[in-house]
Design a binder for this molecule. Structure first.
Ligand code: GLC
Length: 661
């Protein structure tokens, strides 16, 4: 910040003037808790300057900016006063351990409550299951009140303060959060803040032509303006609808709807919307949410003449939310869901913005390498794109409730002699099973004939060949599919950051085609990998000769090892040159502890030469964790198809044994 910047002083002055007034307003509640109030004030003083600057950037030009400041501080005080004491204690605890989420103990799982356990009450019974897996982070997919029928899997929220009655109540949710916390599991929820459903109270009032609420959304009477915006926008769900605007008869206006026509984009240019949404966010924090997944972050600010994605103001809004959280609920962190170009994804990841972020590039490139059996694009991209600021972490995943998009950088591909568009076509062919010899059973998602863009739906196991292998009852193919799946999972667990399992993948669930007969789902192929948990499979976990058990066992083994191996502690990750186009390798190091991880992406035997091993740092004998065998230095190392090794190459070695949960 330049030294003539007037804003720090203005920030101090505004707080000096406003706080005593607001302190008076809330006097009755504050008077009994002087110690806590001082703590709150200390946080407010600490964070206010950056919050003020963000607010000024967004709304400073508006005539009533001072009123906005007052409203925001008042809201902060009210939400803080509502914060339950156990969560306030957690805040203090987390402030003493601010990087808690970067621990190697973190393992996440994400699930739909209705599909997993019917409702919130049913989830309690499965806490032992999560514990067995080693889960410390449970992401429940959107569970708020939403329109009946189509609601984009809950991503059209009608009320941020009400749980969908089919799933339970808000009280049940906060009780569950507390029980999970006691068990060392942090609750993660979505904050769907780009849009509400068209049944949200604000949208209903807007539809009734209330000008105050019309201004909560982006509505237009002028089609030429709509067209000028539209010119630069991409279609997110092109098979469902063209364009990003929906005509509303009641208002006689066009409404901005980036996703489905029932998802109305909020107008963050209006400070009242900012404050209202911040309040909804803090409400969720006060229910016990510890990780908030910021849904569709890239879209929250619109600017004429641009694609209206990743605008600077989108970052400013998130930074303001971050400051607000640090003041009222500092134990809560953000996970950014920006499924955009890798150059943009990384910009959201900062300790003063989102501490965590999905890693769509790594996810897509693991699948890319699995299809091509070559790791060059993966290795190259990971080498120069994965580094994060201190205090931030990737959320690594193989599958989630969404599709796979081929999000790699065209320049990265071209530098390796890969034609990016042709390559994407190949990958789509491969994963929809059309490419000769493909093992994958993916389903096309959102083909856009104008751009030829296509994404892929399907479960981890079906995409990795298990579905086809089981259908053909070919034991060799089954074995290969199992090996592919386990190899991918071993990478997710060891490459750094937080691994996030998509529920079902821990025991190898396959595609479920029943969505094709459901009229509310049939147009959205993502439902093929959103299936009801097959409890038969869970029961099978006691029968150790099933595939499900093998997958589950391997998963618990990986989780346990992850938590025991010192080199996997936060620390960095360095991609190594294995000298073999099919072997992906990286080094995890923490102080003097080093782990060399190598995975074979082909079905054939591969070798890494001794001189390459030496260059990676394996100057003395290594110790392979899974086989518990010593690997002599100076010798070539062979890998069977899809084999992976975790090799301890530290000078001082402690060897944890494989211990399933
Ligand atoms: C996110 C969700 C996706 C949803 C979209 C709109 O990308 O992951 O499922 O369709 O946001 O809310």
């Amino acid at each position: 910040m330049d030294k003539h910047d007037w804003r720090p002083e203005a920030a101090r002055d505004s707080l000096k003037r406003l706080l005593p007034l607001l302190e008076k307003t809330h006097e009755k509640k504050i008077v009994d808790i002087p110690f806590q109030w001082n703590l709150f004030k200390a946080r407010l003083n600490r964070e206010w300057e950056r919050l003020f600057i963000c607010l000024h950037e967004l709304y400073g030009w508006q005539f009533d900016f001072y009123y906005t400041l007052e409203q925001v501080i008042d809201m902060l005080i009210r939400c803080w006063l509502d914060r339950p004491s156990d969560l306030q204690q957690l805040d203090t605890q987390r402030e003493a351990d601010p990087l808690w989420y970067t621990s190697e103990n973190m393992v996440g799982i994400v699930l739909y409550v209705d599909l997993f356990s019917n409702n919130l009450a049913g989830l309690y019974d499965h806490i032992p299951y999560f514990k067995k897996l080693g889960v410390t982070y449970l992401h429940l997919m959107p569970l708020f009140s939403a329109p009946h029928g189509e609601n984009d899997g809950g991503y059209a929220v009608s009320d941020y303060r009400a749980v969908n009655p089919d799933l339970g109540t808000m009280e049940e949710l906060s009780r569950l959060a507390a029980v999970l916390r006691e068990q060392g599991i942090s609750l993660a929820l979505d904050f769907v803040f780009n849009h509400t459903s068209d049944e949200h109270e604000w949208a209903l009032k807007a539809k009734a032509n209330d000008p105050e609420y019309m201004n909560y959304f982006l509505t237009f009477t002028d089609r030429t303006l709509v067209d000028r915006f539209q010119e630069h926008l991409r279609d997110i769900f092109p098979t469902v609808r063209k364009g990003s605007f929906t005509w509303n008869d009641q208002m006689q206006r066009w409404v901005w709807t980036t996703f489905n026509n029932y998802q109305w984009d909020l107008n963050y240019g209006n400070p009242i919307v900012f404050k209202a949404m911040a309040e909804e966010m803090l409400f969720l924090a006060n229910e016990g949410v510890e990780v908030l997944r910021l849904d569709a972050v890239a879209f929250i600010w619109k600017r004429l003449g641009t694609d209206c994605e990743n605008q600077p103001e989108a970052h400013t809004i998130i930074r303001a939310f971050n400051a607000i959280t640090k003041i009222v609920a500092p134990s809560m962190i953000f996970n950014s869901e920006a499924i955009v170009h890798p150059d943009e994804v990384i910009k959201y990841i900062r300790t003063d913005e989102c501490q965590l972020s999905y890693n769509p590039l790594q996810m897509a490139l693991l699948w890319e390498a699995l299809a091509t059996r070559e790791v060059k694009l993966l290795a190259h991209s990971m080498r120069h794109r994965e580094r994060l600021p201190h205090g931030c972490a990737w959320v690594n995943y193989l599958r989630c409730h969404d599709d796979i998009g081929w999000t790699f950088d065209d320049g990265d591909a071209l530098s390796l002699g890969i034609d990016p568009q042709e390559h994407r076509k190949f990958l789509n062919h491969f994963y929809t099973g059309q490419y000769p010899g493909s093992f994958a059973r993916g389903i096309p998602f959102q083909f856009n004939p104008t751009t030829s863009d296509l994404r892929i739906s399907g479960t981890l196991s079906s995409l990795a060949g298990l579905e086809e292998a089981l259908e053909k009852q070919d034991n060799g193919m089954i074995e290969q599919a199992v090996r592919r799946i386990n190899m991918l999972r071993s990478i997710m667990m060891s490459i750094g950051g937080i691994p996030l399992l998509y529920a079902g993948d821990e025991y190898g669930s396959l595609n479920d085609y029943t969505f094709l007969t459901d009229p509310t789902k049939v147009t959205d192929s993502r439902w093929v990998h959103r299936s009801k948990k097959r409890w038969q499979a869970a029961e099978d976990l006691t029968q150790t000769d099933t595939l499900e058990w093998r997958f589950f066992y391997e998963m618990t083994k990986l989780c346990n090892l992850r938590k025991q191996l010192p080199p996997l502690k936060n620390g960095g990750m360095e991609v190594i040159d294995t000298g073999n186009p099919h072997l992906f390798g990286y080094l995890r190091a923490n102080q003097d502890q080093q782990l060399l991880i190598i995975a074979n992406f082909s079905e054939f035997d591969q070798v890494i030469k001794a001189d390459h091993l030496a260059k990676t740092g394996m100057k003395r004998d290594g110790f392979e964790i899974f086989t518990q065998k010593t690997l002599p230095s100076g010798e070539d190392l062979s890998f069977n198809g899809y084999r992976y090794m975790w090799i301890n190459i530290s000078d001082q070695q402690e060897h944890p044994r494989e211990t399933p949960g």
